[in-house]
Design a protein. Structure first.
Length: 103
């Protein structure tokens, strides 16, 4: 992941959460421009800063870097529920997903 991709991913996830860059910055104990500076490419978070960002977004670092997932938190919740289904139920879900994707 390139630095610009990191900034775009952060902005995408923050906007999906419905919070401003300023409010997110203050919520994780940083100055008001912290997130905006990261999203604009002016700065990068420290490793601990990145962990605070992930905690705030309620996701793991691996979910943050999963660029194919537009909503990793919802997908994680669905996967947890899927683990409790039997084979017949999983087959039904698989067919439903294929139908939704048009395949």
């Amino acid at each position: 992941m390139e630095e610009k991709d990191f900034a775009l991913r952060l902005a995408q996830l923050r906007e999906k959460k419905g919070v401003s860059a300023r409010d997110m910055s203050l919520s994780i104990g940083q100055n008001p421009g912290y997130i905006n500076n990261i999203e604009s490419g002016k700065s990068r978070p420290s490793l601990s800063g990145f962990f605070y960002i992930c905690e705030y977004l309620e996701m793991t670092p691996s979910e943050f870097f999963d660029l194919e997932s537009r909503n990793p938190t919802k997908i994680d919740a669905i996967v947890k529920d899927l683990k409790h289904l039997d084979d017949k139920q999983l087959d039904a879900i698989a067919n439903l997903v294929k139908g939704l994707r048009g395949k």
